[in-house]
Design a protein around this ligand. Structure first.
Ligand SMILES: Cc1ncc(COP(=O)(O)O)c(C=O)c1O
Length: 405
């Protein structure tokens, strides 16, 4: 082994921290622990039998192409199937040049860094926001500027104040990173009016908007507001999509929708990153969409997650002491709990593990280190019964800490 590993590391590798979530997940893999910490889809949501049939069908009918490299932009059959899905679900008319396939959304987040961020560049994100986004942008030396959320998502007045402050300092952020549908970690959805307000500010300051939306299809009730991309209509928005939460994360298939000239830049960086996303899984996914399996399985998954969310919400209502509040997501995988001001979710964590329940510290989703009294709970992975029992245990820990037990 080389003696001076530190000496040859890049600045980015030296400063990169291991994902707190991954490290916590290791701790929570003991079978007796009910873990609300991950962001995993339910194992029973995976359509294994269908995938087995489709794999055989792809190999029999299109085997050579499935085993060959595909184009960097992605398999045409899959891009067409996704365009059809956007037409059907969103009334959105996309051309082939407006969509490329990525090796899941995390790759798209990394590419945002490669395409737009030089060290020290400003990027706007929510307070809180997805940790994997923060990590991807930080790896390129981004200076993250957080904008608080309220119950409707990112606050436009705070966004405007932040952009004005940056402008006065002679700076312009590279993009605004938003997760408008069932936000990770807060579970909040931006109504259409809020989306329009955010867009108006973005237009005023000429800043690109990134609409990262892995959870949009997982709506348990009500109707989706229009996508920010659609409300914009000027291609100042990039949409990140992924099959990870609505189909299978193991396929590692995502996509970017946006302006052709911007997507061309992404294709160039993808060439040097991985040449192409797996042809085989793209072809299976294309059949999964075009043969109607996607919609059928999605309805099954939505029904399953709705019950799991309800079980968690009911238990929160039943067991949590006064002073603890939580969000009421209409879909997605997560809800966000706020403990009384001054209480520290990190200090509580070992006590929760002792009681065999785990969560993610809310502070890791805050680029400014705030949110110490918050935690993210995932309701999709554990069973309904475990969701209820886990919340009962968590409430005990919190009550003990508050001295109300
Ligand atoms: C908001 C958000 N973006 C992107 C991702 C990455 O998803 P994947 O790389 O599996 O597509 C996640 C995963 O949890 C997420 O919550």
């Amino acid at each position: 082994m080389i003696k001076d590993l530190q000496g040859i590391l890049s600045r980015s590798a030296k400063s990169a921290k291991k994902s707190v979530i991954r490290e916590l997940l290791k701790l929570t893999q003991r079978p007796e622990i009910i873990s609300f910490a991950g962001g995993l889809p339910a194992p029973e949501s995976f359509p294994l039998d269908i995938l087995s049939d489709l794999s055989t069908e792809v190999l029999k009918k299109d085997g050579v192409a499935a085993c060959q490299y595909s184009t960097t932009e992605g398999d045409n059959g899959l891009r067409k199937a996704l365009i059809e899905k956007y037409r059907r679900d969103e009334g959105l008319e996309l051309a082939m040049e407006n969509i490329i396939i990525t090796t899941s959304s995390q790759q798209a987040l990394d590419f945002l860094g490669r395409v737009f961020i030089d060290p020290g560049d400003a990027v706007i994100c929510g307070l809180p926001t997805y940790l994997g986004g923060l990590q991807a942008f930080n790896a390129y030396g981004a200076q993250m500027h957080g904008v608080k959320l309220d119950e409707q998502g990112m606050r436009p007045d705070h966004l405007k104040a932040k952009l004005e402050e940056l402008k006065k300092a002679g700076r312009k952020p590279k993009f605004i990173y938003t997760i408008p549908d069932f936000q990770n970690p807060a579970g909040i959805t931006m109504p259409e009016s809020r989306r329009k307000e955010i867009l108006a500010v973005a237009h005023e300051y000429d800043v690109l908007v990134v609409e990262d939306s892995p959870y949009r299809e997982l709506r348990f009730e009500g109707k989706n507001p229009k996508m920010i991309y659609q409300l914009d209509g000027t291609e100042q928005v990039l949409v990140l999509g992924t099959f990870s939460k609505i189909f299978v994360p193991g396929f590692r298939i995502g996509w970017i929708v946006g302006n052709k000239d911007i997507l061309d830049k992404f294709v160039t960086v993808k060439q040097s990153a991985d040449l192409c996303t797996s042809s085989f899984v793209q072809k299976i996914a294309a059949l999964y969409l075009s043969q109607g399996h996607f919609e059928k399985n999605l309805q099954r998954v939505i029904a399953m997650y709705r019950e799991k969310r309800d079980a968690m919400l009911e238990a929160l209502e039943k067991y949590m002491p006064k002073g603890v509040s939580w969000t009421h997501p209409e879909g997605g995988l997560f809800l966000f709990v706020s403990l009384p001001e001054g209480m520290d979710a990190e200090k509580l964590f070992p006590k929760a593990i002792e009681k065999n329940v785990a969560y993610v510290l809310g502070s890791v989703f805050h680029c400014d280190g705030s949110g110490r009294n918050t935690m993210r709970l995932n309701f999709s992975f554990a069973s309904k019964e475990k969701n209820a029992e886990g919340i009962r245990r968590l409430a005990e820990v919190i009550k003990e800490e508050m001295g109300t037990k």
